[in-house]
Design a protein around this ligand. Structure first.
Ligand code: IPE
Ligand code: IPE
Ligand code: MG
Length: 221
């Protein structure tokens, strides 16, 4: 069984930098480089949806200097990566509390999504200023506005991503940190102590291999 939807909590950039006596921003830069390569690799491995937790809503409360360093990486991401994703047939969707992002970054999102909209090979969901609880609440509000009583099946259509098969967290913490709470209901969880900049394509393959050996019972026997 292959994982169609893999979601990654890309954690440990700061500690990776600290270990090398580098500023935290250097850890984010290293994580960014790793993310670009890993993203290419995942779709080559047949993953259809890849959701990357790049920034949580709570992360916006970190010191201004660090938040700005992260913003600079997103400023670089859209213009350089959208054409590459298009070339590779990958659709880009950005999810999260986008209203919390600086105006210039927000403005980069629709053109990047439009450029890649025709991609049929897979979808990359980039979670920015994201909160799982926020996503559920805003989905519920949209359903209410439409006057719809939702079921579990129809509620999913108000959410931003499909159900997660495999959820990977790097950096050693054993928690979800408000990521894809509804969509991960039956996700297989995979935790590794490796800091994200050290999480290689081979490590990703190892996680896929372990997923393929898991017995997903969905409550049955
Ligand atoms: C993950 O790395 C990236 C973001 C949360 C933006 P961290 O910055 O959380 O790194 P650690 O957990 O402090 O090592
Ligand atoms: C989760 O990591 C968010 C991202 C990786 C983008 P955090 O570093 O923010 O999570 P906590 O604070 O350890 O729970
Ligand atoms: Mg962290």
């Amino acid at each position: 069984m292959t994982a169609e939807h893999v979601a990654i909590i890309m954690d440990g950039n700061g500690r990776w930098a600290k270990k090398r006596l580098l500023p935290r921003s250097a850890g984010h830069r290293a994580g960014f480089r790793r993310m670009l390569s890993l993203c290419e690799h995942a779709f080559e491995r047949g993953v259809r949806c890849l959701t990357l937790y790049a920034l949580s809503e709570e992360n916006l409360s970190r010191p201004k200097e660090e938040v700005e360093a992260l913003f600079s990486l997103f400023r670089e991401f859209f213009p350089t990566q959208a054409p590459k994703l298009k070339e590779r047939g990958i659709k880009l969707r950005v999810i999260g509390g986008l209203a919390l992002l600086p105006e210039d970054i927000r403005a980069m999102i629709p053109p990047s999504e439009e450029l890649t909209a025709g991609g049929t090979r897979g979808t990359l969901y980039l979670a920015l200023a994201y909160s799982g609880r926020g996503e559920i609440v805003s989905a519920a509000n949209r359903a209410v506005k439409e006057g719809k009583e939702v079921t579990r099946e129809t509620f999913s259509s108000f959410l931003s991503v499909p159900p997660v098969d495999l959820l990977i967290r790097t950096g050693g913490e054993l928690r979800l940190s408000d990521f894809l709470l509804y969509e991960s209901a039956y996700a297989e969880l995979y935790f590794t102590k490796k800091f994200f900049p050290d999480f290689t394509n081979g490590d990703f393959d190892k996680a896929l291999k372990e997923f393929s050996l898991r017995d997903r019972r969905f409550g049955r026997i």
